[in-house]
Write a protein that binds this ligand. Structure first.
Ligand code: SAH
Length: 455
C-alpha cells in the first residue's frame, strides 16, 4: 500500500504539473452564466404552456390507451431512453445550445481533480497492475478526457499499469460525440455478434476504450467507477400518502384537454407501494429509484469481489426530500408532462437509499457537498497555479467564473454532492489502522472526503 504522505506528495505535484498545459479547454458562453446546471434554475420559474404534440407524446397516448395509466418510472424510461424517440438517444442536450450544463463542461479543473482522486485511490489500493476506469453516462466524454490528461501527465507512475476505459452509454448520438472527443473519431463499431461491447477505439494517448449498453457487460476485475449526473436520470416511482394509505402516482391522459397528460393516483395499493415504502416513513410524498438500487448493488458486489472504488456525484439528499421530479429545456424549468422527449427529466438522488442498497458489502463515504470535496482535493491550489501562469485577462476571468460556478454555495457548491463506495479492506490496510470503526478517521485516509494538507 502507498502511505497517505506518499500519496499527498504525488498529488500535490500533480496540481502544479499542469503549468505547461494548455490553460483553457473551452470558454463558457456569457449567455450561460446565469443558467448553468440542471438544478440551479430558480425553482419558482414558470413552466411553459402549450401542448406540443411530439412523437413521444403520441407514442405515450397510444400506450396508455392500450394498457392504462403508466408509472412515473415507465414514463421516465420511455421519454429518456426509448430507442426510437428517447430524449437522450439522438441529440446533444449538453451545453449552451442544449438544455443544461454540467460541472465537467464548465471547468477543466473539475475533471482534473476527479482524475487526481482516482490516482489517489489507485495508489491507496497498492497500485494494481491493471486499471479499468468505468464511466456511467459519460455525456460528451469531457470528464474522461480531463481524467486521461491527468493520467497522461503521470506517465511514469503508470509505467507498468495496463489502463483501459469502459463507457456505459445508451445513446448512439452521445457515444458518437464521446468517440470524437476521446479518439478523434477513429472507432470500430462493426463488432462480432456476441461481443459485450458495441464500439471500441483507442484514445489519443493509446489507451483502449470500449462502449457498453449496461454495466453487466463491462468485464469483471478491479475497476474504478464514475457516475456524474447519471443516477438522477434513472427512472423513479412516486408515492403519495392518502387517508386510505399509500398510493402510487401514475400518468394518465387528461380527459378534458386533448393531447395532454396528467398525474393521477392509483385507486388502490399496488405491490409497489408495499414493496418500496418503509414502515417508518414520515414523509407524505416519496420518490424511489429501484434502478439506482440495483445498480448500486451491482457496483457494491463488484467492488467487494474485485476491489477498486466508485465515485458518484449528483444533486441529491439524504432521505429527507419529497417531490424533486423536474424537467429542463433550454436551461429553464419545464413542465414534466409537456412535450415529452424534447426536455430532460431528472429527480434528486436519495443517497441514504444508495447507502442502504450496498447492504454493507462496501464502505460508503459522503454525501459531502461539492464545494467541500473540491476544496479538499486542492481546487484553490490548482486555481492559483493556473492564474499565475496566465497573463490573458479573458482566461483569468474564465477561470474565476468557472471556480465560482463550481464552488459558490448558491450555485453548484452546495447542491451537488460526492458519495464514494470503497472496499472494506481499503481501510484495514490504510494509514488509519488503529481507528477502524471511526468513520471520521476512515475518511481522513480518502482524498476529497477530508482535508489533505498540501505541503
Ligand atoms: N456525465 C455527463 C453527462 C450527464 S447526462 C456530464 O456530467 O456531463 C446523463 C448521461 O447518462 C448521458 O450520457 C445519457 O445518455 C446517459 N444515460 C442516461 N440514462 C442511461 C442509462 N439508462 N444507461 C446508460 N446511460 C444512460
Amino acid at each position: 500500500m502507498t502511505s497517505l504522505s506518499a500519496r499527498r506528495h504525488v498529488l500535490a505535484a500533480v496540481l502544479g504539473v499542469y503549468k505547461q498545459q494548455r490553460l483553457l479547454r473551452r470558454h463558457v458562453s456569457p449567455a450561460l452564466q446565469s443558467t448553468w446546471g440542471r438544478r440551479c434554475v430558480a425553482s419558482g420559474s414558470k413552466a411553459e404552456d402549450g401542448t406540443e404534440v411530439t412523437p413521444m407524446l403520441k407514442h405515450l397516448i397510444f400506450k396508455i390507451k392500450s394498457t392504462g395509466p403508466i408509472t412515473v418510472a415507465e414514463y421516465m424510461r420511455e421519454v429518456l431512453t426509448n430507442p426510437g424517440k428517447g430524449y437522450y438517444m439522438h441529440h446533444d442536450m449538453l451545453g449552451e445550445r442544449g438544455d443544461f450544463v454540467t460541472s465537467p463542461e464548465i471547468s477543466q479543473i473539475f475533471g482534473e481533480l476527479v482524475g487526481i482522486w482516482y490516482v489517489s485511490e489507485w495508489m491507496a489500493t497498492g497500485k494494481p497492475k491493471t486499471l479499468q476506469l468505468v464511466e456511467l453516462g459519460p455525456g460528451r466524454g469531457t470528464l474522461t478526457e480531463d481524467i486521461l490528461r491527468v493520467f497522461n501527465q503521470l506517465g511514469s507512475l503508470f509505467n507498468k499499469c495496463d489502463i483501459s476505459i469502459h463507457l456505459v452509454e445508451v445513446s448512439p448520438k452521445l457515444s458518437e460525440i464521446q468517440a470524437l472527443t476521446l479518439t478523434g473519431g477513429k472507432t470500430l463499431s462493426e463488432i462480432d455478434v456476441g461481443s459485450p461491447f458495441y464500439m471500441k477505439g483507442i484514445s489519443k494517448a493509446g489507451i483502449p476504450i470500449f462502449w457498453y449498453r449496461q454495466l453487466q457487460d463491462v468485464p469483471q476485475g478491479a475497476s474504478f467507477y464514475l457516475a456524474h449526473e447519471f443516477f438522477d436520470a434513472l427512472p423513479i416511482h412516486k408515492f403519495q400518502r392518502t387517508e386510505h394509505g399509500w398510493r402510487e402516482v401514475l400518468i394518465d391522459i387528461d380527459p378534458n384537454v386533448p393531447n395532454q397528460l396528467r398525474f393521477v393516483l392509483a385507486p388502490s395499493a399496488t405491490p409497489a407501494t408495499a414493496y418500496f415504502i418503509q414502515g417508518k416513513e414520515t414523509r407524505d410524498h416519496v420518490e424511489v429509484c429501484p434502478d439506482a438500487g440495483v445498480l448500486i448493488q451491482r457496483l457494491a458486489c463488484r467492488i467487494q469481489e474485485d476491489g477498486g472504488a466508485a465515485l458518484i456525484a449528483d444533486y441529491g439528499h439524504n432521505g429527507n426530500k419529497s417531490d424533486t421530479f423536474r424537467s429542463f429545456r433550454s436551461h429553464k424549468l419545464h413542465d414534466v408532462l409537456i412535450a415529452p422527449g424534447t426536455a430532460d427529466l431528472t429527480a434528486d438522488v436519495d443517497f441514504s437509499y444508495l447507502r442502504t442498497m450496498t447492504q454493507g458489502r462496501v464502505a460508503t463515504l459522503g454525501p459531502i457537498k461539492q464545494q467541500e470535496f473540491l476544496k479538499n482535493m486542492g481546487i484553490d491550489v490548482r486555481l492559483q497555479v493556473l492564474l499565475q501562469n496566465s497573463s490573458d485577462t479573458a482566461m483569468r476571468k474564465h477561470l474565476l467564473q468557472g471556480y465560482d460556478m463550481l464552488m459558490n454555495p448558491k450555485k453548484m457548491g452546495d447542491r451537488f454532492n460526492f458519495f464514494a463506495l470503497l472496499p472494506h479492506q481499503r481501510f484495514t490496510h490504510s494509514d488509519q489502522k488503529e481507528n477502524l470503526h471511526h468513520s471520521k478517521s476512515l475518511s481522513a485516509a480518502v482524498a476529497g472526503f477530508h482535508e489533505l494538507v498540501w505541503k
